[in-house]
Design a protein around this ligand. Sequence first.
Ligand SMILES: Nc1ncnc2c1ncn2[C@@H]1O[C@H](COP(=O)(O)OP(=O)(O)OP(=O)(O)O)[C@@H](O)[C@H]1O
Length: 779
Amino acid sequence: ITSAAAPILLSSNISYNDVNLQFGCGFFCYGSPCDTSYLFAAFFVVYTTDGMLLDMQMVWCANRDQVLQENAALKLTSTGELVLRNSDGTLAWSKNTSTQAFQRMAIHESGNLVLYNTSGGIIWQSFDYTTDIILPWQKFKVGQNITANISPKDTRKGCFYGILLHDGFVMYTASAPSKIYYRYPETPQVDLELTHSQIDNQSLNMYSRGRRIPPIHFTIPKGCLYFKLGSDGRLKFYMVQKNPGRSVLNYSPWFMKSVFQCDSPGACGDYGVCKNGQCSCPGDGKAFKPTDATEPNSGCAPRVPLVCSQTSRRQGHHFLELEHVAYFTYLYENASTPGLVSRDECKTLCLENCSCKAAFFRYGTNFSSGYCYLESNIYSMKTMSPEDKFYNSTAYIKIQSRSERFKSLVVVIICVSVGGALALFILFWARIKGYPNRRQQKVKDEDTGEDDHVDWSAGLPLRFSFQELQDATNGFSTKLGSGGFGSVYQGVLSDSSKIAVKRLHRAGHGENGFRAEVETLGKIDHLNLVRLKGFCVEKFHRMLVYEYLPNGSLDKWIFFNKSHPYLLDWKSRSRVVLDIARGLAYLHEECQDRIIHFDIKPQNILLDQNFNAKVSDFGLAKLINREQSEVITMIRRTPGYMAPELLNMHIIEKADIFSFGVMMIEIISGKRSRELSENGLFSLLQVKAEEGRLLDLVYPRLENEETGIKEEAVKLIKVGMWCVQDNFTRRPAMSIVVKALEGLIDTFNDVPCALPGSTVGSYKQSLFSAELSVLSGPR
Ligand SMILES: Nc1ncnc2c1ncn2[C@@H]1O[C@H](COP(=O)(O)OP(=O)(O)OP(=O)(O)O)[C@@H](O)[C@H]1O
């Protein structure tokens, strides 16, 4: 069944509280008119008795985080698997029913989509996988969750979710770390052991070991159609109300504490202050401005962004004080100090902590002593209602003073000018005295007293102390990722520049990689190579300090990944390919020593804020004297990206070109080489080239694009094929690849003859050449 078809299953019309309901299952197009983004979903429509459409909602979705294009299809394979694939063949969802005697799929009048086996047993049911909606008659099991959409128009998973646990229903922010913003019962009850909750006779009941728990039930209004967790974090129930003459859809907040709209952390957006359901920015408008002036609950942003460095005492921070303003995390277990503290202690703790953006002080009758909550994500705050007699609260919101920023700028300018003049003078003096202008002495390790055998001071990177990097990373608190040699942490230097610090697991392990990285990266500077700012060698500590690249590694952006559903478009992909080629051409052909990377793969390409790609991770790199053509060495390599000649240990830069070719095909196709074809990547390329169907490999599908873009795409695949030839002498030099990608050469004389690992037979050169000449046009 393809997305072009109407819903594949439709229940009959059900009359329910003066409206008609109909459940369906099939391809559901979001947007009005349909914008050709499809979701495979179970949904329902609500009609008035005279046939007017009132509402339409999705109750289950197979591909919530990744919309499908036209011609996506749900298939029952010959092996009995139920598979949902996008139009380009990528897998979006599947249910392995092959061993379960699958017989049929049915949508019930309850909205439950069920897969049955031949003896009538249930294999799978959609009611176990909730979206942002629960139907009043649906059993909500322990462990099941309900997750809000990003926004009313975007069905991907958003910032808030609720889950039924053994001790109650809990709602969380989806931030890192996640925080509880609502819990029922308010105090966890260890012996509750809930199994599920369900609504019967207009009461929400919770069940423990098959029995209803008497005290926990809430009355649900008659005519309730569904519960929905909104993108603002509020759980509401929706019902149809009869106004004179017509029916309308209405909602009320669910049983959240005071049912005021301000109880949700999403009520007014980040930094917004909620009062009786109205949103405003903190203070008098001097320190904060609305993020979107036309959208009152879109949140606020500081007029002067916060800057912070653990190493500096003068941060230029002060507080905007808001009395009677509270925060949603006021459960005792969320307090940042174990007991009561003074106001000043609470504020100082926040000032000392770079990640703290506000301190909330919750107090009772004693104004000067209370609980302190230090927060690093500022969701909506709420003005306390007069009837809240149990406690009071003051919010201290950290702000950056303009004058301090200005002062530090002046200081930096003065320091740079004085420093520059001094450096020029020293350089001039050294020249006169005949000293070499680059320090060449060996540095002694201050702690072990041992000589380091690497000339650590030979390149440009700075040497940092352990303490400096510990401060800069706030005690190595924010981990960006880990690799084979160590973990990488985010940090900020005293000049406010952001850094990524790679900390080796332990001295000795990865020491060669560490040295390779300092030796190679320390000497080079190129827009498409990650910049090594410095390093740390102290006792057993080994650390590398890089410029911070906020968009992380390329693998997250080219292959579908639930936590990163925003895939790169075609233009960005082709730009990334060119960036990487330029970086490699520089390494191989332009810098003083020839540098071979040896570990080119998407995980080792990092992206800056503008998605400029930079090659990173030089742990395996080898510096090769320009006269040397081959070296034999034992190295660590990543399977799948390794060139065949490396099996014989011949190492020349053509190995990088092979890996680049594999990665390039992955970037263009959006699929890992091992997933591209059951018979291997190269057989697939051959077959597609022979059939003239190379465009099938391009992600996203370019069906409606102009011919120019399609030609460009096919050209890129061919450049990739050129790089992955078995015979490494036939692979082009990286500078040629750059020229081909830039469109400066319009034909490839050296076309592939036999691709590695191929079982299909030799490649038809004449066909390939013919295609190329068509592409390149008349000469
Ligand atoms: N300069 C940086 N800026 C931002 N994030 C970075 C930076 N360097 C590394 N990272 C993040 O840290 C992760 C781990 O990096 P690392 O180089 O240690 O490992 P790797 O390349 O994935 O594995 P291996 O080193 O074993 O090949 C990366 O995937 C990336 O997400």
